[in-house]
Write a protein that binds this ligand. Structure first.
Ligand SMILES: NC(=O)c1ccc[n+]([C@@H]2O[C@H](COP(=O)([O-])OP(=O)(O)OC[C@H]3O[C@@H](n4cnc5c(N)ncnc54)[C@H](O)[C@@H]3O)[C@@H](O)[C@H]2O)c1
Length: 355
């Protein structure tokens, strides 16, 4: 007997982190496929313009995923505008890159930073799931008993976390770990839960509010980083979203990229952590933004071609950066295949991250 495959067409989906990168590609795909999309992102994000460009089937709902009040407000807007919720895609996330303990500086990882990453990535994802489930539960079931689908975003860092990724990996491991129990919890009401783990690379962007730090700290960090990671990419995030304090200006950006290449192939690990520890220690407002990623989101797209080429070569096949549209395509496949449930799917071209 043929399975009752669901179609994305006609669905109503919310996408957290939908103003940028993987979330934005997902919102775009949903609308292109005839669904309605609610972009849930920070008020400071590009959400308004992204939603406007997608037309009437898309609205922006400014919200912080960690806030119960905000997400309840989002769901009220979804109901008012579209009358139902069928799909929730969790793409909002942040990262820091700090070693657990910097022996040279006698400096432990900031507990506040660790908790902030866990709060946004794990608690924020859970907050959206638990409240969305109540909304989806009101839907009439289809012939298979379906009422809704939830898609989360982890990272291969959940399995192969690298040096400096304790907080990020813990958060993504948390998303992986809660996938099955939540799928079991929601099975009786016909809601499926699937997590995508995109390929990862430490391209986290150190963005600092103090100009004095950019040249020295970031460059040194990049050099050290190369040593520790054996040649992975660092760059500065250009946008002001995701709670970034400020954007490293042109000089900082290019100093960073220069540093990246200068540091290429050098052979010691300490420089990175000295510099990162130095920044974090002397500047408590250090904000490091998203994400460790091998998907060509705005962050990677801003890097020089040779950096992108290097990153792409780390992927066995196809040896290139993933396209945000490929993530979005997988979201659609998950929605439309009713037997996918309680599972974590790697989307990584067979990459296995080195320490
Ligand atoms: N890009 C990659 O290669 C890659 C790889 C592995 C995992 N990931 C994961 O995929 C997700 C999306 O990554 P991306 O590359 O699209 O990042 P991105 O920075 O382009 O987009 C993330 C979005 O999340 C939003 N956001 C951050 N904190 C928020 C909060 N508290 N409430 C609401 N919105 C918030 C930001 O404003 C931003 O628009 C992240 O969870 C990331 O960890 C990405």
């Amino acid at each position: 007997m043929a399975a009752a495959l669901r179609r994305v067409k006609g669905m109503v989906g919310l996408v957290t982190g939908g103003a940028s990168g993987l979330g934005r590609a997902t919102a775009e795909r949903l609308v292109q496929q005839g669904a309605s999309a609610v972009i849930v992102d920070l008020p400071t994000s590009d959400g308004p313009s992204v939603a406007k460009a997608l037309g009437e089937q898309c609205v922006f709902a400014p919200a912080d995923v960690t806030s119960e009040v905000d997400i309840k407000g989002v769901l009220a807007l979804v109901r008012e505008k579209f009358g139902r919720l069928d799909l929730a895609v969790n793409c909002a996330g942040i990262a820091v890159a700090v070693k657990t303990y910097n022996a040279k500086k006698d400096l432990p990882h900031s507990l506040e930073d660790f908790q902030r990453v866990l709060n946004v990535n794990v608690a924020g994802t859970f907050n959206v799931i638990r409240l969305s489930a109540g909304e989806m539960g009101k839907n009439d079931p289809d012939s298979d008993g379906h009422r809704g689908v939830i898609v989360n975003t982890a990272s291969v860092a959940a399995f192969e976390g690298q040096v400096g990724q304790a907080a990020y990996s813990a958060s993504k491991g948390g998303i992986v770990g809660m996938t099955l129990p939540i799928a079991r919890d929601l099975a009786p009401i016909g809601i499926r839960v699937v997590t995508i783990a995109p390929g990862t690379n430490p391209s986290v962007a150190p963005v600092v509010g103090s100009p004095g730090l950019r040249g020295e700290g970031v460059q040194a960090g990049i050099e050290g980083h190369q040593r520790s990671w054996g040649g992975c990419g660092w760059g500065l995030r250009r946008t002001g979203s995701a709670g970034v304090d400020s954007v490293g200006g042109g000089s900082g950006l290019w100093a960073g990229i220069e540093g990246h290449w200068q540091g290429w192939g050098r052979a010691a690990i300490e420089g990175h952590w000295q510099s990162m520890g130095g920044i974090a220690g002397s500047h408590p407002h250090l904000t490091v933004s998203l994400p460790p990623g091998l998907f060509a989101t705005p962050l990677l797209a801003g890097l020089p071609e040779k950096v992108q080429t290097f990153l792409a070569r780390q992927v066995p096949f196809p040896s290139r950066l993933g396209l945000p549209g490929e993530y979005a395509h997988l979201v659609q496949c998950i929605v439309e295949n009713p037997m996918l449930n309680g599972e974590v799917i790697r989307l990584d071209g067979a990459i296995r991250m080195q320490p």
